[in-house]
Design a protein around this ligand. Structure first.
Ligand SMILES: Nc1ncnc2c1ncn2[C@@H]1O[C@H](COP(=O)(O)OP(=O)(O)OP(=O)(O)O)[C@@H](O)[C@H]1O
Length: 260
């Protein structure tokens, strides 16, 4: 099949370090993106822009194509038509951390990086996510939260300009999830990378993102800019109103189906 991404993907070979970024610079530019599986159209002429350093959350009903979009942006799925521009330095963390069980935690963090495995670099990333003490252990002894932190360290060690997160907290218990959300918020502010977070959790989206997108019928059907100061308070009336609007768009609030 046609490899639209290879044809159209324009990758910046030498991505500038965060400090060199210009305000208003674009991290992701998608135009007319379509993806079909056999006869089924999942993405249909989708457009999307993400600014450098912007935190964007993506909501949508199960099966609407959120992960498909994320996989395309990560470069894992190239069987598309349309135009996709993403930075060369990008990293993904999935719901399941996907650690290699036969490699220690620190070796998992630097797995796939060019050159000799750099233990100091891995340790710095593990320290940053609060699990430096687990560096020499095997993945099987990690808790779910620790495994997810390892996955984040593996993404951050690549110093991405774009961090793609596919429901990274979905499998965590409520308390671990809150801590992981806070950590991602802190890491994002420190690293200054653009983030695209796929989530089912409207509250999580409003807590973390600059902008929340709702995907429907293969396109971005709605976007909500969140201008609340951080850290955000779920009890804030504006927070609650924003959450309500997004639930309306998702069609999950009683009597809330919207005409588009
Ligand atoms: N490799 C594939 N082959 C065939 N169909 C696929 C493939 N990958 C995804 N799909 C289909 O594309 C649609 C979108 O899937 P996708 O995983 O992107 O949805 P999603 O919005 O991320 O869902 P969820 O929120 O449940 O994770 C689904 O109907 C899925 O079955």
């Amino acid at each position: 099949m046609a490899t639209g991404l290879q044809r159209n993907l324009k990758i910046a070979d030498q991505a500038p370090p965060p400090a060199a970024r210009q305000p208003g610079e674009t991290a992701v530019r998608v135009r007319g993106l379509s993806r079909r599986f056999d006869t089924r159209s999942v993405l249909a002429d989708l457009n999307l822009d993400i600014a450098a350093g912007e935190f964007v959350a993506l909501l949508g009903a199960s099966g609407c194509g959120k992960s498909t979009l994320l996989r395309i942006l990560s470069g894992l799925d190239r069987d598309i038509s349309g135009e996709v521009q993403v930075p060369a330095r990008r990293a993904v963390a999935f719901q399941a951390p996907r650690l290699m069980p036969w490699k220690t935690v620190w070796r998992n963090v630097v797995l796939g990086l060019p050159g000799r495995p750099d233990r100091a670099r891995a340790l710095a990333a593990l320290d940053e996510v609060g699990i430096g003490h687990r560096a020499d252990q095997w993945p099987k002894v990690l808790s779910g939260g620790e495994a997810q932190r390892t996955s984040l360290a593996r993404a951050l060690v690549r110093e991405p300009d774009l961090l793609l997160l596919d429901e990274p907290f979905a499998a965590l218990d409520a308390l671990t999830r809150i801590k992981a959300q806070e950590l991602v918020g802190e890491l994002w502010q420190r690293h200054g990378c653009a983030v695209l977070l796929v989530t089912h959790d409207v509250e999580e989206a409003v807590l973390l993102a600059d902008r929340v997108l709702v995907m429907k019928d293969g396109v971005i059907a709605h976007e909500e800019r969140i201008s609340l100061p951080r850290p955000r308070d779920v009890a804030e009336p504006v927070f609650a109103r924003t959450r309500g609007t997004l639930l309306d768009w998702l069609g999950v609030r009683h009597g809330a189906a919207r005409a588009h």
